[in-house]
Design a protein around this ligand. Structure first.
Ligand code: MG
Length: 374
């Protein structure tokens, strides 16, 4: 039996529950590799937002993404790069980066470190484009193993956190409407950092008692004012505060974390594994996003490093399809909090994947990152 048929037949048999994934693995380890390598393809796609999305620094109604495929022996892994404009990547830059990659040279998708190191070393930056390759490779390898990644990592599916749902800065009337639409969620994330912070919270509290978290996106500049605000937010049922002040103000943020009744979480202050150590002693926890850190492999390492330093871990996302959100969800059993609502903010998802049930991230048994094309 050639290898392609072996995989096909094995996949068929797996429906009956007697598939042994290690057979493919050991077959490959014996050197029975196909001549052809990994085949990468990509396609630009524009996400339509259900609502205009306002942060402390910008507003937008669409988000450009790049959808990627890695094909190997008739199996396809899906990936995605989400590129909100303020982060500096674009469909053009991602297209340039991905065009330059020569994944055909790799004939063993299991050598993930080697492949992803090659991708990372191909050019600086381009973290979302790199994540799109990482996610597609994980999806592919999980499909070959016929296992979802949370199982490959040995993570307990029942430990997934609830996810917050984001309420952007808006008029009181729109805020009330958005809160009503979010009735299913057990925690709401509120974007603060403009002049109407107290009004936003009061408006939400006029319609719901659900716990809140706030994301200031570096919007507060005075540490004493920030601390006063956090005390007030604590009384209003807020559970944690994300990036309250500009990331450069390390000493002031460390002071704030020491004195704050609520955990202070780093977001803009860190990107990759090498940044985790500098947040220790400054923040209470970190918000990890696949698009910032080049994907699942590095995110997994960052989570373990943060946990080893007794920090809290949050897993977040950009505006994304269910592809990248489901990839991040595979890691969510390691997180104290999750903010994986990016796919719920768009009206033109291309995938079906991880679901939110009663506000909780609910993983499925599908292999890889657990998605299928719609
Ligand atoms: Mg944030």
């Amino acid at each position: 039996m050639n290898r392609r048929n072996f995989i096909r037949n094995s996949t068929l048999i797996s429906a009956g529950g007697i598939f042994l994934p290690h057979q493919i693995y050991s077959n490959m380890k014996k050197g029975n590799l196909p001549k052809s390598g990994l085949k990468l393809s990509f396609e630009p796609y524009n996400l339509q937002m259900k609502h205009v999305f306002t942060l402390a620094g910008s507003s937008r109604s669409t988000t450009p993404v790049m959808l990627t495929n890695i094909e190997f022996e008739g199996i396809t892994g899906f990936g995605e790069a989400s590129m909100p404009p303020y982060l500096g990547e674009s469909q053009e830059s991602a297209g340039r980066f991905l065009s330059g990659l020569k994944l055909e040279q790799f004939t063993d998708p299991f050598r993930m470190d080697e492949i992803l190191e090659y991708v990372d070393n191909s050019a600086p930056g381009n973290t979302a484009a790199k994540a799109s390759v990482d996610i597609a490779l994980h999806d592919l390898v999980g499909k070959i193993m016929v296992q979802p990644w949370y199982k490959i990592w040995g993570l307990p599916a029942e430990k997934t956190p609830v996810t917050s749902f984001t309420i952007g800065i808006d008029t009181p009337e729109m805020v009330r409407q958005k809160v009503k639409e979010a009735a299913e969620f057990k925690i709401l994330k509120v974007k603060l950092g403009r002049e109407n912070d107290r009004e936003m919270i009061e408006t939400i509290r006029s319609v719901t008692d659900v716990p809140l978290c706030v994301d200031v996106n570096q919007g507060w500049t005075d540490k004493q004012m920030a601390l006063d605000m956090i005390h007030w937010l604590n009384e209003k049922g807020v559970k944690y505060v994300e990036q309250p002040m500009p990331k450069e103000n390390m000493d002031e943020i460390a002071w704030l974390t020491q004195n704050s009744p609520l955990p202070i979480i780093a977001d803009e202050a860190l990107q990759r594994l090498s940044d985790v150590q500098k947040t220790v002693g400054v923040y209470s926890g970190i918000n990890i996003k696949l698009m910032k850190c080049t994907g699942m492999r590095e995110a997994h390492k960052m989570m373990n490093l943060a946990l080893a330093n007794n920090m809290k871990v949050m897993i977040g996302c950009m505006t994304e399809t269910s592809c990248a959100v489901s990839a991040a969800a595979q890691l969510s059993p390691l997180a104290t909090w999750a903010d994986l609502d990016g796919n719920l903010l768009i009206s033109n998802d291309r995938f079906e994947g991880v679901k939110i049930v009663d506000g909780k991230i609910t993983l499925n048994d599908s292999p890889g990152i657990g998605i299928k094309e719609i």
